[in-house]
Design a protein around this ligand. Sequence first.
Ligand SMILES: N[C@@H](CC1=CC(=O)C(=O)C=C1)C(=O)O
Length: 463
Amino acid sequence: MWNNEGIKDTVRRWADLQSPTVLTITRALIFVLGLILVSFVLHTTQIFAYINTSVFIRTGPLHLGEAQNQSIILGPELVTISGERTGFNSNSGEWPPRLEFAILESSGPAFDLYLQCQHQFMTKNESDTLSFYQIAGIHGRPYKEFNGVKGNANLGLGYCKHNSALFLLWHRAYVALYEQIISECAQSLAPRYPATIRADYVNAAKTLRLPYWDWASTPALPEFLQRATCTVRSPEGFRTIQNPLYQYKYPPWAHEGTDPDLPPPSNGSACSLPFTVRSPNKDFVSQPEVANSNLNKVNFRNHTYRFFTSLEGNWDYFATAARWNPRRKDSLEYIHNYVHYSINGTMPNNDCSAFDPVFWLHHAKSNTDRLLALWQAVFPKTFVGSSVNDEGAFSTSPGTVETPDSPLAPFFNAKDREPLTAHMVRSIRDFGYSYPELQGDSQLSEGAVRHKVMQQVTRMYGA
Ligand SMILES: N[C@@H](CC1=CC(=O)C(=O)C=C1)C(=O)O
């Protein structure tokens, strides 16, 4: 039988018979073999850890309800949405408000940070998951997977939900992601300012949220959007930059090659231009005055008032332009479409609208979300039910029945890395922002909030 003593004896006897050179070589060989063995063990442990993690991550969010086309493979680089978590006022119990564009424009440090971060975002390399190109590309073209959520490019649709009862809530999540990117940038930029003004910038960064453009009160594009360049105070001093709210220039390859990400320039769509435009003339030069005159033809103010007074507090009537909605032409989605049509150029096309900075900053998305938040304050018990999405989207087959638990793909919750659902985005408090008309509401009863918000709505949009 083999035992330890027996082995040691055999080794000792063998060693006595060898020359010192053979012994040294043998010891060196044993040492090298030992090193190889140790590194192999470490490597294998890592491989197992990797396999464990990916299995764990994959099993989590596989239950995606109705989203037939989805199968999820999540990597460590999953982009999740928490909203912005800075600037909470513990005395009032309030998150900072998103401000009207004109107010942010006159705010000094906050506007400096906002413009620089918007600029940085828009010029980030397109291969970066958090570049403007990729984030704007979630909405329509290039019909590519984001966050590993599979889709069907043959449908000719991006992930955005339109003509769906989830339209408003999907865009709430989308704008929260955008806001998170801008605010995080502002927070890393602010401490780089010279000591004499640093505190102003650091404080401004904490409460910076995206601005909105209230097209119902002011049906004209903010003048600032029409300037090709602008001057900002950067940590290194004043400098002039390309105005990031003026237009976006697509990377040249987006229109080229055998697998174009955007349609080739022959199909007549504004999406095929190398840059975004607003009501362009025949030479593709934007004409903001034409957009403004279009905007003036729609009585947005009156329609907005009607959301609050004539839709019986019915979610579907209010929320979607889907064909099954008998009041679709009164819905916020339908009216918001007219902002797209009026600006014209890039904006009316789902495929590329999100590439025009105005999509984010003012016209529809953040103001649309604001109107949703005000409406929710007036009708707090009403929420999305279950309905059919006829049109579908990149990862939603046409005819899918959508519910408050349907995934708002390709968005994931930062808390548990689960797909975001309508339930999870119901309250804007969970995403770390507010609106001016809702400030102070955390101290009031539901009835008092309703009364206060209705008073403001009447003042802003009433007859
Ligand atoms: N596709 C909408 C208009 C539109 C709405 C959007 O939300 C958008 O981003 C672009 C275009 C329509 O039914 O005509």
